[in-house]
Design a protein around this ligand. Structure first.
Ligand SMILES: Nc1ncnc2c1ncn2[C@@H]1O[C@H](COP(=O)(O)OP(=O)(O)O)[C@@H](O)[C@H]1O
Ligand SMILES: O=P(O)(O)OC[C@H](O)CO
Length: 495
């Protein structure tokens, strides 16, 4: 009987596939890393065919490992790095350019022009976003302008465009389906989050033909079947969801006022604000959490560009250790940072500052500063950036968070989680299943195919691994946090 779900988790650095059974057990996992391409400083690309190749290989491997037949899989749920965008030839499937990755700053000058043209309010009102190179719209414009003859081909309907969910679905369906969902569409800066459709005015401003964009369907939805040659038999694709919204669903943040924070390459905090979009006055994004049937749930999001990546930087560039987990031991050698703050603005700063030109800063170094202090400051930077976001969220939503659910690679770090609880003054809850992103995609696909009956059944499956309770005095918290604010002030490009 088809009572398993295959989740495809296409992330920034790897393509993963996990099979879940109806009791949320991950019965098999496979993962393939792929190349990060840096054509120039601040410019990040991926090879779309490598993304597809690694994702397909991981899916085929996990099926083989599980010993299940394709007919045991009720559906596939796709979850993906968001904003990263591809344009490809409709006939051959060949990409016309590398994918421009969400982290890429290549279009920051286009964004500066849009801001100078006074479009900030219009963009926020329609899309819930802040004008920034992070989002797909200016990346699409950049590719259309850069590749010779591409505009004419786009106008003639010879090419297709899409975020990674769409590109994977198109390939999985053998070139039949060109579809996205609102959690991905809303990250393009071309999608109106109120009408739930591509916005003609924004398409005109960015000079993007509507014909190249995909159809938009709900997040949990049977979009169609995979090409039968890929897995031996066709399997329905039954969910597509941006990875951060996927993690929010996987963490069962179904109630208005619940939030999760994912500590991966970057750090993304999403607060469920219910059926109405809440406008931010403090540098957060208003974004679609998911669409089930015709019911849309919104959230406020704080997107932090560099979180776990600061640990990778200490590992790869500074060569402090060889494995990310070793930071725990090194950081524990110092009882505190000795007054050092590290602001990892390696690609500018995202929420709530949105400063494209800021660059990383270390403050408070003395003759006694050593590697342990720096390691500790790097870990603490994730917690301080999260505190900046939570302050903005409380102010925008009027919601006082009771607890924060956490997931992602760096949340395995107990020292970081305790410091996070301390600096927020809010309890931090780590679940037993840390694969929240893939689990969210599985839940959404399972809802569309009957593996899970309803959201109440899903919510009852969430189980706590460890709770971190704040233990720092308010005085100490205020003193440490004001030191961070001063370090950020020195980092911002205008100062
Ligand atoms: N014990 C640890 N302490 C701090 N950071 C860690 C630890 N283990 C892994 N990380 C960081 O977590 C990140 C990986 O998390 P993951 O959720 O897999 O990220 P992504 O999905 O963005 O690729 C890496 O940036 C890594 O440096
Ligand atoms: O692939 P991740 O986990 O780093 O997530 C990337 C985000 O979706 C970017 O918005």
């Amino acid at each position: 009987m088809a009572d398993h779900i295959l989740a495809l988790d296409q992330g920034t650095t790897s393509s993963r596939a996990i099979i879940f059974d109806g009791e949320c057990n991950a019965i098999a996992k496979a993962q393939r890393e792929f190349k990060q391409i840096y054509p120039s400083p601040g410019h990040v690309e991926h090879d779309p065919l490598e993304i597809w190749g690694t994702q397909l290989a991981a899916a085929q491997e996990v099926l083989q490992q599980s010993k299940l037949a394709p007919e045991d899989i009720a559906g596939i749920g796709i979850t993906n790095q968001r904003e990263t965008v591809v344009i490809w030839d409709k006939k051959t499937g060949q990409p016309v350019h590398n994918a421009i990755v969400w982290q890429s700053r290549i279009t920051s000058s286009i964004c500066d022009r849009l801001k100078a043209d006074g479009l900030t309010d219009l963009v926020q009102q329609k899309t819930g976003l802040i004008i920034d190179a992070y989002f797909s719209g200016t990346k699409i414009q950049y590719i259309l302008d850069k590749v010779p003859g591409l505009r004419e081909r786009a106008n003639k309907g010879e090419v297709l465009c899409g975020t990674i969910d769409t590109f994977l679905l198109w390939n999985l369906s053998g070139g039949k389906l060109h579809v996205t969902d609102p959690t991905n569409a809303c990250r393009t800066m071309l999608f109106n989050i109120h009408t739930l459709d591509w916005d003609e005015e924004l398409l005109k401003i960015l000079n993007i033909p509507r014909e190249i964009l995909p159809e938009v369907q709900p997040t949990s939805f049977v979009y169609g079947d995979t090409n039968s040659q890929l897995f031996g038999k066709s399997i329905p694709v039954a969910a597509m969801v941006g990875d951060q919204q996927g993690a929010t669903f996987g963490q069962c943040c179904f109630e208005k006022g619940t939030a999760k924070n994912t500590y991966g390459t970057g750090c993304f905090m999403l607060l469920n604000t219910g059926s109405e979009p809440v406008k931010s006055n403090n540098g957060l994004l208003t974004t679609v959490a998911w669409q089930l049937g015709d019911k849309v749930t919104y959230c406020l999001e704080g997107s932090i560009f560099i979180a776990g990546a600061v640990v990778q930087w200490l590992r790869d560039e500074m060569q402090f250790f060889t494995d990310s987990a070793e930071i725990e031991k090194l950081a524990a050698e110092a009882k505190d940072t000795g007054g050092v703050y590290l602001v990892p603005a390696f690609v500018g700063l995202g929420a709530p500052y949105w400063d494209q030109d800021a660059r990383g800063t270390i403050t408070g170094i003395t003759r006694g500063t050593n590697r342990s202090h720096l390691a500790r400051a790097a870990l603490e930077s994730m917690a301080y950036q999260t505190a900046d976001v939570l302050t903005a969220m409380t102010s925008d939503s009027g919601i006082d968070l009771k607890f924060l659910k956490v997931d992602g690679g760096a949340c395995a770090n107990d020292m970081l989680m305790q410091f996070q609880a301390d600096i927020l003054g809010v309890s931090v809850e780590r679940p037993q299943i840390l694969e929240s992103t893939a689990l969210g995609a599985a839940f959404l696909a399972g809802l569309a195919t009957g593996v899970w009956k309803d959201m109440d059944t899903i919510a009852s499956s969430w189980a706590l691994d460890k709770e971190f309770v704040p233990s720092m005095t308010e005085d100490n918290r205020d003193k440490l946090y004001s030191g961070w604010k001063e370090a950020v002030r020195r980092t911002l490009s205008a100062t």
